[in-house]
Ligand binder design. Sequence first.
Ligand code: DX5
Ligand code: ZN
Length: 220
Amino acid sequence: LSAIRIAPSILSADFARLGAQVSEVIAAGARVIHVDVMDGHFVPPITMGPIVVSALADEVHAAGALLDVHLMIERPERQVAEFAKAGADSITVHAEATPHLNYALGAIKEAGANAAAAVNPGTPASVLGEVGDLLDMALCMSVNPGWGGQPFLSSSLDKLARLRALLPASAAIEVDGGVDVRTAGACARHGANVLVAGSAIFGQADPAAAYAAIAQAAGA
Ligand code: DX5
Ligand code: ZN
């Protein structure tokens, strides 16, 4: 996956009209929809689970788009099969959330989804080197996870470059947190090819126009 893609995060969407919001960004060109799952333990908020993934799956897949599920939950290996069954195309687990990262990535693949691992800002990129051969994607958190709308941590740029150098070319590099028209270009130049944006898209009056502006800034 070398093309640059912008993945709108529905965390900042209007949940009363979630399907319509997803349609808007798909019509604007989005082909990856990012779903933030939080359990109230790994991070303080509680958001959504497999039933929301399954509610969006038909619409997203009919458009040829993918559901990118970011699990900010403890012991994610216990849940990955349910998310895959619900329609997740890729599932990301946090390196900090399980003592069994290698096992969790294997469980994702066994469930038929693409496997990804995330690192928080305080976690070294190098932990993902140990599981590099299992990764379809690595996620570099560029904010501390839990909330949309936080400022981009500039130290993430060097970390993106370290991940790109560390991992096989077959692994996509995703960046999540504080991505907007000002930060997207630098993320892309430092090796990110999947750029998650929540508030910079769904927090704007015209999400389709905001999507297009970020895609242009990233060179997507
Ligand atoms: C944060 C989530 C992000 C969030 C990003 O914990 O993982 O996906 O939606 O929001 P923005 O783009 O507003 O920083
Ligand atoms: Zn996320």
